[in-house]
Design a protein around this ligand. Structure first.
Ligand code: SF4
Length: 492
């Protein structure tokens, strides 16, 4: 008898667990979703970590079940290997039970059965990973596979790459068998929930914190109100509370009942948004006027690959690859057009950190505040100190001169169009409408800059593309320090 049940992949079951409406839309209206660059970058990282796991767990005779649009073919190939007495690791082994399909990252024979391993690019085990593993375990055991253990291998962020392609120790394996078997009774209920979401009408689900966790949902712009001047999400703060406002019918920040807002920041956003005018307090002018000259506006771009490729680096640790600096000697009018500009970018593919640090030390001289936006620059300089202890003294003295602009802006400035954010990208267009990150060509945010750098240094990138990426990277980083200078000039 042919089963009328719809096929469900493991990721679809997880979608239903996060939100049945998400799964329904993925199945019936995927065109309503918007996949962010960050989400795409996370997918790419997942693939890199998957490739490394095959090197780490692989043996000369290990086999990968190739991806095929016909899942049934992958299931048959897996079954043929197992029934044929495979005694080697199998990657992407594919199983199906009761319409639920799973692809198991790593399956290793251990004499008594099979050790199953799910590989994740995260740096620890999360609750939803247990569910993820439980779905796989449930399917494998129902098709008669003897699963002796179910583990999760995640990135060990203490791993230090010593070069020569040696990634032994990059993955930390955690045995989840016991936890998986404990939650397994809920798997069948979850599968039923997923089936209903796929076959039934659009589920009614209010927006809330679940729209962002564990994954940022691609339907946020579809489900959350976006059709007013200041959508209610622009009030910021707790996503659960914002979801309650939407449930109450509030669509715009100005609709919200002021008495229901308890947090000071949200009260301020609400008050200023209702007024319709930006608020600038004098504290910013006083604080900034007190800064001596020369003033240095500094910004780094970094990469933080899950799989490190330069000797001496660790997974996800921020590695500076570029900086821009505008220097205001106090003689001009404070506009970035009248400042000196220096920058660093090396696309040779060799580790650029040493030259980057040395050129920065020379550029920043011995005195004068070094302005940054958020304290990320401090973390990056600290990471350079860890890499080059002999540069500790000059780098430490730069750390002592750092001045964070972000808290000054946050305490003294808000414009309704910032929609609850004091990020430089939110502030800039409100003080200088002609300066908008969204209008930049190509690279216009940090994730794209990291990816652009990695693409530019890849050996197979064409010379033409490399030049294009170089220009975009220089333009983007320079724009960050121009933006800081513009914000200071405005507030002063
Ligand atoms: S945005 Fe929220 S409510 Fe809408 S589908 Fe996604 S998780 Fe569900």
């Amino acid at each position: 008898m042919v089963s009328r049940k719809p096929y469900l992949s493991k990721s679809r079951v997880i979608s239903a667990w996060q939100c049945p409406k998400k799964l329904h839309l993925e199945k019936h209206n995927p065109e309503l979703g918007e996949v962010s660059e960050r989400t795409e970058s996370l997918f790419a990282t997942g693939h890199q970590v998957g490739d490394i796991s095959q090197r780490l767990y692989g043996t000369p005779d290990s086999v990968e079940i190739p991806f095929n649009r016909k899942m049934s073919m992958m299931v048959r190939e897996t079954r043929a290997l197992i029934d044929g007495g495979a005694d080697f690791p199998i990657f992407e082994a594919t199983f199906q039970h009761d319409g639920v399909l799973v692809r198991v990252d790593v399956l290793i024979p251990d004499g008594n059965g099979w050790r199953a391993i799910e590989v994740k690019a995260s740096t620890s085990v999360k609750d939803y990973h247990v569910l993820d593993c439980a779905i796989q375990d449930w399917v494998m055991r129902h098709v008669g596979l003897s699963v002796t253990s179910m583990s999760l291998a995640h990135i060990n962020n203490q791993f230090l790459y010593n070069g020569d392609g040696d990634y032994d120790g990059l993955l930390a394996e955690v045995d989840l068998t016991e936890r998986v078997r404990t939650v397994e009774p809920t798997v069948e209920m979850l599968i039923e929930k997923a089936r209903l979401a796929v076959t039934g009408p659009l589920p009614v689900v209010q927006v809330g914190a679940h729209c962002y966790k564990p994954y940022e949902c691609q339907f946020i712009n579809h489900c959350w109100p976006t059709d007013t001047e200041y959508p209610v999400a622009g009030l910021g703060g707790s996503k659960a509370k914002l979801g309650n406002y939407v449930a109450l019918g509030y669509r715009d920040v100005r609709d919200v009942d002021a008495d229901s807002i308890t947090a000071e920041t949200q009260q301020r956003i609400h008050r200023i948004t209702q007024s319709g005018n930006a608020e600038t307090l004098d504290g910013a002018r006083r604080t900034l006027n007190a800064l001596p000259y020369p003033r240095y506006y500094l910004d780094f771009e970094t990469i933080g690959p899950a799989v490190p490729f330069w000797k001496g680096t660790r997974p996800y640790a921020p590695i500076p690859i570029q900086w821009s600096c505008h220097i205001d000697d106090g003689a001009g009018d404070g506009s970035y057009e009248n400042m000196q500009h220096a920058e660093f970018l090396d696309l040779s593919g060799e580790p650029p950190m040493r030259a980057l640090a040395e050129k920065m030390i020379r550029c920043l001289g011995a005195a004068g505040p070094v302005l940054m936006y958020t304290n990320y620059e401090e973390q990056v300089i600290e990471s350079l100190i860890a890499l080059f202890p002999d540069l500790q003294e000059p780098l430490k003295s730069i750390v002592d001169r750092l001045f964070d602009l972000h808290p000054v802006v946050k305490a003294n400035y808000y414009h309704p169009k910032m929609l609850g954010s004091w990020s430089i990208k939110a502030v800039l267009p409100t003080i200088a409408p002609h300066m908008n990150y969204a209008l930049l060509d190509g690279i216009k945010e940090g994730t794209a800059a990291s990816e652009g750098f990695i693409e530019a240094i890849a050996p197979d990138t064409s010379a033409e593309r490399k030049v294009e990426l170089e220009q975009q990277l220089l333009r983007y980083c320079r724009f960050d320090t121009q933006a800081m200078a513009a914000i200071v000039r405005f507030l002063e």
